[in-house]
Design a protein around this ligand. Structure first.
Ligand SMILES: [Zn+2]
Length: 271
């Protein structure tokens, strides 16, 4: 699933490619992809893309008619800008035309969605309202307070979108490895100096991945359809059984809740 760096990469790409452009027509190929039902084409055509914004893993696109388009890519969603002459792949559910270019929403597994809502009512939308702060908005003290105020295993806590937005399976594994914290440690009992490390490693791993245009381990591509390269820099995620890059012990994978955690048993101790 795309996490903060992948969604941020797409958002920046879309800003370059479609901000300021006018939607000339729309193809609502699969109406069920709209979370609140498909909008009337009239409410989209001839509107201008005012901005492209990320909120957690959501992509918000405010339009000039005071409505905002919202996308969530979930597992396999893609938002790409292509020439209208480029072949349209299977599972393309929605097309916005901008003259001779198109913004396409493609999703093989269809867990992703599109939505349209009045821009002044975004604060009332339940699934946006419950998104926690972005890690880049948190000071070190705020981050540490947030983590220590909960009594939960650190890995699922980091991935809880209502606590901190944008971190999923990949970056929680990577940040915990860099900070030397076992994924099952209980958040309230982790020492402050470890949490300071975790704050730094979380921001660093997210920033480095944005610089590498995200991690492509399965379906993720940017808005030009290109893969990211951060998969080459992963230290634990997806490396079960391979030697740790720091201590050579074998990386372990364990299931925590419904997700798998990758960690180094040498550097990340439970006690
Ligand atoms: Zn190690």
């Amino acid at each position: 699933m795309p996490e903060l760096p992948e969604v941020e990469t797409i958002v920046r790409d879309l800003r370059d490619k479609i901000a300021g452009q006018t939607i000339t027509s729309v193809d609502l190929i699969r109406p069920s992809i709209w979370r609140s039902g498909p909008p009337r084409k009239k409410s989209l055509i001839n509107t201008v893309i005012n901005a492209v914004i990320r909120k957690g893993k959501n992509i918000l696109i405010p339009l000039s008619n005071n409505f905002t388009l919202i996308f969530h890519l979930k597992m396999t969603g893609r938002l790409t800008v292509e020439s209208k002459d480029a072949p349209i792949p299977k599972h393309t559910h929605l097309i916005f035309n901008f003259g001779d270019r198109q913004l396409r929403f493609n999703d093989v597994r269809r867990f992703g969605y599109a939505d349209l809502a009045p821009s002044d009512k975004l604060a009332e939308i339940e699934y946006l309202k419950k998104i926690g702060p972005d890690p880049f908005e948190l000071s070190r003290a705020m981050f540490i307070d947030l983590i220590r105020s909960k009594n939960r295993m650190i890995k699922p806590l980091l991935m809880d979108q209502s606590i901190i937005a944008g971190i999923g399976n990949i970056y929680s594994d990577e940040a915990l490895f860099l900070a030397g914290i076992h994924p099952r440690r209980i958040s309230s009992r982790i020492k402050i100096d470890k949490l300071e490390k975790l704050y730094n490693s979380t921001l660093r791993v997210l920033q480095n991945s944005i610089k590498s245009r995200g991690t492509s381990v399965s379906d993720y591509v940017d808005a030009s359809g290109q893969k990211g390269t951060f998969q080459n820099s992963l230290r634990v995620y997806g490396r079960e059984g391979e030697p740790c890059k720091k201590c050579r012990r074998k990386i372990k994978r364990e299931t925590i809740g419904s997700r798998s955690a990758h960690f180094c048993p040498g550097r990340q101790r439970l006690n």
